[in-house]
Design a protein around this ligand. Sequence first.
Ligand SMILES: Nc1ncnc2c1ncn2[C@@H]1O[C@H](COP(=O)(O)OP(=O)(O)O)[C@@H](O)[C@H]1O
Ligand SMILES: [Mg+2]
Length: 271
Amino acid sequence: MSVEPYIRFEQVSFARGRQRIFDRVNLDIPRGKITAVMGPSGTGKTTLLRLIGGQIKPTRGKVWVNGLDVARARAGELLAMRRRLGFLFQNGALFTDLTAAENVAFPLREHARLPEPLLDRVVALKLNAVGMLDAAESMPSALSGGMARRVALARALALDPELMLYDEPFTGQDPINVGILLRLIASLNRALNLTSVLVSHDVAETLSIADQVIILDQAQIVAAGTPDELRARMGDIPFLQRFLQGAPPDEDSDRALAARTLLAKKLRVSV
Ligand SMILES: Nc1ncnc2c1ncn2[C@@H]1O[C@H](COP(=O)(O)OP(=O)(O)O)[C@@H](O)[C@H]1O
Ligand SMILES: [Mg+2]
């Protein structure tokens, strides 16, 4: 039996002035899985996350999140949806004047109104889940970049989200920390039965934990499938091969643009 996807894009277009960022994109993001979103810089990956969070609205088409039509939701419905959503941004900085524990407590104090002893328990659980309980009383300035990112992850998990959006969470991290964060993202997704959308440039690492991969380019989904499916198609699709092997994207010559537009048409897949 097929399960309703957690997120569905239906013919979504999004433009900023005359710039088309998405053009009639169809997309399903399955529940309980990790969906990776990759593509050249400036192609609309962050925009896609903002459409999911309802910070921006599609110019045309619909974005459904857990059955809610995000663009047409009432303020209260949108708020309830966002409470089930955890964000970890590339620059998701911690509050520098609060301890690690107080950073994690922050969204709980804003939204949950728990009695203090219970709040402490929840904070400890979240810090423990990311292996940072020992640093509970540390100030952010005393933490390494990787540790700070893990505390930010604990903070994103504070309100028990169903959906986690990661926007380039590995940027600026050394390979060891990337590995730690990857394993955390994968194990939290399983243990907490989350749905995760992971935007990342680290192709090999991301493919190692993703259930589904979406590659964006030129306002379109140019390829989509499981990591194995994409690897199997690499030979047929030079752009995909270059992209997955980490070569820098083409210069946008007219010919390259035409070739990619053709490719986008050929591969237009709704996952
Ligand atoms: N607030 C904004 N105002 C105007 N243009 C924007 C804004 N945010 C993003 N853009 C433009 O939209 C396009 C997609 O941006 P973005 O989604 O951030 O790309 P990515 O995350 O894939 O690097 C880019 O061309 C960017 O310049
Ligand atoms: Mg971005």
